[in-house]
Design a protein around this ligand. Structure first.
Ligand code: HCA
Ligand code: CU
Length: 378
């Protein structure tokens, strides 16, 4: 597997704007974009500049910030939308085509050829207007669209030589990794260098599907911070980073400023008025907390025994919980050592039992455990 050259297209400011709690001010957008750029995402996708008067104004102001990440406007296949996007200074246009037009399950009101005419017109128009702009073309809901239609449209788009990248969207989160892999491999055979995958998370498969896409030859993955988007969102930035890190830690450490991840998430959660879900990869409160005695004993001796992600790489701290009924005497002994107390193993075992008994009713806080240990050492 060669993943060296993949890019992240973070779409917190586009797909994320479709999250039910999102209503970003320009200040929010500028902060989020700045942090994403510092982290190192290669691209930031923004809402179509023609979506509202402010969308256009904000898009112009974002591109004027001079960030390292490049901005891409998410645009429907029509000329007016293109003109609005080109006025904002974005580096690229991410076209998406509404598959309802030819999705037979939802009523086929136009033939693939008629759709193709609309698509070609807008692609040619864009090339004429902005010869240097990066163009991506994507069909919505690719996994429920007839494969023949996909091949006809994508094949013709590739042949036209007008686009740099194809997008594959799992709009409803229906795909499984094997299906993603198959479709990406098939599109590769049509002869396009760049393929972008956009996966929704309705069945919690978005991160796995994104890795499957990369392994099959996709070059770009869409993410959003905390995975926000329509319904329950898409591939989360932290989830994708965790997934790739677990297999290729050096690759991900060299590519991105991992220490920034927590701040980006805290900032976004604050903008949305929500808390970070406790179980979110890397940045969730529980991500590096160890509890059961068997685990804590092993982690103290060798963190890798129960951790595939080193919290130190993310400026995070490991927590070993010891004031509960599942605690173990090795973990208590480790705390005794940390506190510099003089207690032998027999005493520590007795104290462990005492803690278990107390915690059977109410778990103890760390200061309470420390107090008990210090008292026993006197
Ligand atoms: C939507 C559109 C989209 C587009 C993805 C893309 C999707 O909000 O419905 O441009 O590739 O999931 O299909 O987000
Ligand atoms: Cu989407």
């Amino acid at each position: 597997m060669t993943l060296e050259h993949f890019s992240i297209i973070d779409t917190t400011l586009r797909e994320g704007e479709q999250f039910y709690k999102a209503n970003f001010s320009f200040k929010d957008k500028a902060r989020i974009a700045g942090l994403l750029s510092d982290f190192g995402v290669e691209f930031i996708e923004v809402t179509s500049p023609c979506a509202s008067p402010k969308s256009k104004k904000h898009c112009k102001a974002l591109t004027a910030m001079g960030l390292r990440s490049k901005f891409l406007a998410h645009v429907r296949c029509n000329r007016d939308d293109v003109l609005a996007a080109l006025e904002t200074g974005v580096s690229g246009i991410n076209f998406f085509f509404h598959s309802r037009f030819f999705h037979n399950r939802f009523g086929q009101d136009k033939s693939p050829q008629k759709n193709l005419d609309i698509i070609m017109d807008v692609l040619e128009f864009t090339r004429q207007q902005a010869p240097g702009i990066d163009i991506r073309f994507s069909i919505e809901d690719a996994f429920r669209t007839r494969l023949e239609d996909l091949i006809v449209i994508y094949g013709a788009v590739i042949e036209s030589g007008l686009v740099h990248r194809l997008g594959v969207a799992d709009t409803v989160g229906v795909a499984l990794p094997g299906e993603v892999s198959r479709i990406i491999r098939l599109l590769k055979t049509l002869g396009i260098a760049q393929i972008e995958f956009h996966g929704h998370n309705d069945t919690e498969c978005a991160v796995a599907n994104s890795l499957a896409a990369l392994e099959a030859g996709a070059t770009h993955i869409d993410t959003s911070v905390l995975g926000i988007g329509e319904r329950n969102g898409i591939t989360s930035l932290a989830g994708l980073v965790a997934r790739i890190y677990s297999r290729h830690p050096d690759l991900i450490k060299n590519k991105y400023q991992l220490g920034q991840l927590k701040l980006i998430h805290e900032t976004l959660a604050q903008c949305l008025g929500i808390t970070i879900p406790f179980n979110h990869p890397i940045v969730g409160e529980a991500a590096f907390v160890h509890k059961a005695g068997i685990h804590t004993n092993s982690v103290i001796n060798d963190p890798k025994s129960y951790e595939i992600i080193d919290p130190g790489d993310f400026n995070a701290l490991r927590t070993i919980l010891i004031g509960h009924k599942l605690t173990g005497w090795n973990a208590i002994r480790d705390r005794v050592k940390q506190l510099g107390l003089d207690l032998d193993d027999h005493a520590i075992k007795q104290l462990t039992w005492k803690i278990k008994k107390i915690a059977d009713t109410t778990p103890m806080t760390m200061p309470q455990v420390d107090h008990l240990l210090k008292e026993a050492a006197q």
